[in-house]
Design a protein around this ligand. Structure first.
Ligand SMILES: NC(=O)c1ccc[n+]([C@@H]2O[C@H](COP(=O)([O-])OP(=O)(O)OC[C@H]3O[C@@H](n4cnc5c(N)ncnc54)[C@H](OP(=O)(O)O)[C@@H]3O)[C@@H](O)[C@H]2O)c1
Length: 254
């Protein structure tokens, strides 16, 4: 059996994905990677008997933690076939980060922070974990949760500069990575982006009141839909790689 890993597993969609992956019965080991693995340590108790949920420390501000985590996953001996980057940042009141409405709101520290998590995070994850996905010698998927607001073609409203730009850059990285991964894996490993819809989490909380009825998804629903997209990509890596898909499996233009 294979292993799956979710980075950004402590809350929101990432947390729901760990539970869904563990319940699916497709993986014998699910790595739940986050900044404070102690907080997810008791998840192992609620997993089905044949599934091991393994807390793993990854802090996207600390490249060394990503490298150390990749060595831990490799040492487990279970081939890694799914990796999902779920961590994301839109606002952080403790650091004065909020989506910008106008140019005057742009601040270097906020820009760096948002790119660190949304763009550099998945890039560093690919740097350290791609060799494991390729070495699995079976269909594999590297997925990053993006956002429709990162689509250049879809940008009618403007604003939200740092979040939009960080996700657009993430999408470009996914596209470029897809070419190298497909070559290195001899057609077995896909790299895709995922749009979850608007989901009831801490990230969307300040904006949830503006979401039309029926359009605010629960994390479990979004996780199940996105994992269906991931499994579709595993079934046809060459056909599905290098694109961003929404929760229905429809392609979102760049
Ligand atoms: N919710 C939505 O409506 C929505 C819509 C479109 C796209 N998305 C995307 O979906 C993904 C998941 O978002 P969510 O709604 O589940 O957000 P969330 O509930 O706010 O969770 C964010 C996650 O990111 C982690 N994180 C933040 N900074 C980190 C860092 N430096 N190192 C490691 N982990 C870090 C958090 O870990 P800590 O617990 O340690 O802070 C947490 O696990 C994001 O990529 C987001 O952009 C969400």
């Amino acid at each position: 059996m294979a292993a799956a890993l979710v980075q950004g597993a402590s809350r929101g969609i990432g947390r729901a994905m760990v539970k869904e992956l563990a319940a699916s019965g497709r993986f014998s080991r699910v790595f739940a990677a986050c900044r404070r693995p102690d907080e997810v340590a008791d998840w192992a108790d609620s997993a089905p008997q044949h599934v091991t949920v393994v807390p793993l420390r990854i802090d996207l501000d600390d490249d060394g933690s990503i490298e150390a985590a990749s060595k831990e996953v490799e040492a487990s001996g279970t081939p890694l076939s799914v990796l999902i980057n779920a961590a994301g940042l839109l606002h952080d009141e403790s650091r004065g980060i909020a989506p910008e409405r106008k140019l005057e709101d742009l601040q270097l520290a906020s820009l760096q922070r948002v790119f660190q998590v949304n763009t550099f995070g998945p890039m560093l994850m690919a740097r350290h974990f791609s060799p494991l996905l390729v070495a699995s010698k079976q269909p594999a998927v590297f997925a990053s949760i993006s956002a429709r607001v990162g689509s250049i073609g879809d940008c009618a409203m403007g604003g939200w500069y740092s979040y939009r730009a960080s996700k657009a850059a993430q999408n470009m990285f996914t596209k470029a990575l897809s070419i190298e991964l497909l070559r290195r894996s001899r057609g077995q490993c896909a790299a895709i982006g995922l749009h979850p819809g608007t989901v009831r989490t801490g990230l969307s909380a300040p904006f949830a009141a503006n979401v039309p009825a029926g359009k605010l998804f629960e994390p479990d629903f979004a996780a199940a839909r996105l994992l269906r997209v991931v499994h579709d990509a595993m079934a046809a890596p060459k056909d599905r790689t290098g694109r961003v898909y929404d929760y229905n499996g429809d392609v979102i233009e760049w």
